[in-house]
Design a protein around this ligand. Sequence first.
Ligand code: DX5
Ligand code: ZN
Length: 221
Amino acid sequence: MASTPPIIAPSILASDFARLGEEARAVEAAGADWLHIDVMDGHFVPNITIGPDVVKALRPHASIPFDVHLMIAPADPYLEAFRNAGADIISVHPEAGPHLSRTLQRIRELGAKAGVVFNPSTSPSAIEHIMDQVDLVLVMSVNPGFGGQSFLSSQLKKIETLRRMIDASGRDIILEVDGGVTPQTAPQCIAAGATALVAGTAVFRGGPAAYADNIRALKAG
Ligand code: DX5
Ligand code: ZN
């Protein structure tokens, strides 16, 4: 497992919002595997970012998969709009609605991969009985809402637990980590069993000329 480099998903949240299309093209050219898009509603999390129209406007600027992280409640009424806008993976927090299983089913019906996001306080048991409906697990290593926060090493144990659950399921579920991922913390995530890393600050720092080196540094971990 250690020999396969992790999937790197730059979080567009840390890019220059006045140049979103160029930023998406630049990270793809720099070696990004996916584009992570943080959707916040000012209600589920204390910040407001982007909606389906912006995702749709971004779509022609990149051919890599769009990894859409919904930090909105409710999420169900907006799943179709994000899928139609070009989302390839749609991840939801269990706390965002009363019927996680139904939400995951709907995401798959729409033709996207279904992800479940774990806040620092959310237990892995949230998906214990619905592993067959999950394509991706996203462990938050910060409290969601803002980029640029420090990595919470308390979450490493949860990554290990979810790694064991995924292996036991025998299913090809991606294990992604989001928040405070840097060249220093990335190796800890990989050692705990992560196969994909979201990084905002660590990719976009230094401007476009630095993106390729920044992504390489994360993969090297
Ligand atoms: C936080 C978001 C993250 C964030 C990561 O709510 O889900 O994707 O953009 O940013 P960094 O890498 O700067 O911690
Ligand atoms: Zn995110």
